[in-house]
Design a protein around this ligand. Structure first.
Ligand code: UD1
Length: 415
């Protein structure tokens, strides 16, 4: 089992190029199934979740090549409509294959992805949307979703769920007539999915707004698409610079997607300069506490950046308050941060972080992806040696986190 060993205290400086977005590439790879032909996808990050998705595509009959950040999927012949349980359990976001496989073959058999470390994560909104399109969904140990003649309809989501919006978009691409999703999620990754679908010849409009309209089409064609940059990875490197009093430049980013994070880092005393696709962040010696970070659907503060920002606030001057409104169990990093000397109190969805002058290295365990990244950031500033176990969670969603931090001057090795 591998772990990160970090000797804290180094100030991060330098430049890094941020990778393609995990949460964009996974639904895009799932969407390749809709196209009875070849999809070329560029800027694909080397992540364990990507490897899992490619394994699933192969099991379904696709031919897949992955070289130099480019994936080529030939989905001319789909030979199975069953997503293997072992792979579904490995990656919850395999659920997004429901919509695409249903749209392509008219039937999907899969397992319930189950609760994940950060919360219950139900899929009722996904299934309700697919039923409204005309699918028959049965759940007997497995999920069996059938519907050869899906019909466009109006779907009002009770909550702007990212995954449900994506699944409905995917299933609606080949549905007859027009589908309208109201109260749709507005995340940038959904705009990227729309871009990919339209590059294949689909007719999807409105992504990024609360209403998305999909005009069903019979056929799609070969296409090429470049995946957007990962805004959460970018936010993680910004938080790393902030917590170490560093000065780094990020290349290849989409500045607009980062406003919720840049705004909070400016409040904590960082100077952030941006132009087009670059950003320079210069952090003060000691950060100031942030009054309130409340996670919300986009364009609110992302839940996926909450743990990293909390790590940065552990040594800030003053008291910061966090309110996690998206996932009910997304504070699993707190007990570990406390082992490093952080002063954090939790009551339900509220966490109060009193900044301490210093953290001290210890052995801690990553229990989920972003919580794991937060522990690495805390380790960068803790005195002495911090060891972070559970690296497999971090590798699911960051491309070479350790190597990138090392290139910025961190003393971090994978053991
Ligand atoms: C996606 C992201 C994840 C991010 C999250 C919120 C991917 C692969 N994952 O997850 O990194 O943290 O968006 O930005 O893109 N809900 C229901 N019923 C449903 C679906 C969701 O009640 O059918 C609830 C969830 O329990 C949660 C909230 O809606 O409380 C948000 O979930 P959702 O937006 O669906 O997140 P994911 O798509 O799972």
């Amino acid at each position: 089992m591998s772990l990160y060993r970090i000797t804290g205290g180094n100030r991060l400086t330098g430049n890094i190029k941020v990778e393609g977005a995990k949460n964009a590439v996974l639904p895009i790879l799932a969407a390749t199934i809709l196209n009875e032909g070849i999809s070329v996808i560029e800027n694909v990050p080397a992540l364990n979740d990507v490897v899992t998705m490619l394994e699933i595509l192969k099991k379904l009959g696709c031919r897949v090549e992955y070289r130099d950040k480019t994936v080529v999927v030939d989905s001319s012949s789909i030979t199975s409509n069953e997503i293997p349980t072992v792979l579904v359990k490995r990656m919850r976001s395999s659920i997004v294959l429901l919509g695409s496989l249903l749209g392509r073959t008219g039937k999907v058999i899969t397992s319930y992805p189950g609760g994940c470390a950060i919360g219950v994560r139900p899929i009722d909104l996904h299934l309700k949307g697919l039923r409204q399109l005309g699918a028959n969904v049965e759940m007997h140990g497995q999920i069996i979703c059938e519907g050869k003649d899906l019909k466009g309809t109006e779907i009002q989501l009770d909550y702007p769920s990212v995954g449900a919006t994506e699944n409905i978009m995917l299933a609606a691409v080949h549905a007859k007539g027009e589908t309208v999703i109201r109260n749709a999620a507005k995340e940038p990754e959904i705009v990227d999915l729309q871009g990919f679908l339209n590059a294949m010849g689909a007719r999807v409009f409105g992504a990024g707004n609360h209403m998305i309209r999909i005009e069903g089409v019979k056929e799609l064609h070969d296409c090429r698409h470049t995946v957007m940059t990962d805004r959460i990875a970018a936010g993680t490197y910004m938080a790393a610079a902030a917590v170490t009093g560093g000065e780094i430049s990020l290349e290849n980013i989409l500045v607009d997607h980062l406003h919720p994070i840049t705004d909070k880092l400016r409040e904590s005393g960082c100077i952030i300069k941006t132009n087009c696709s670059n950003m320079r962040i210069t952090a003060p010696k000691r950060l100031k506490a942030i009054d309130l970070i409340r996670t919300l659907p986009y364009p609110g503060f992302p839940t996926d950046a909450q743990p990293q920002m909390m790590a940065a606030m552990c040594t800030a001057a003053g008291t910061s308050i966090f309110v996690e409104t998206i996932f009910e169990n997304r504070y699993r990093h707190i007990d570990e941060l406390i082992k490093l000397g952080a002063d954090i109190k939790v009551d339900g969805r509220i966490a109060v972080v009193r900044g301490v002058p210093r953290l001290s290295g210890a052995l801690v365990t990553a229990k989920d992806l972003r919580g794991g990244a937060a522990l690495v950031l805390a380790g960068l500033v803790a005195e002495g040696v911090t060891e972070v176990e559970g690296v497999e969670h971090i590798d699911r969603g960051y491309e070479d986190l350790g190597e990138k931090l090392k290139s910025l001057g961190a003393d971090i090795i994978m053991v």
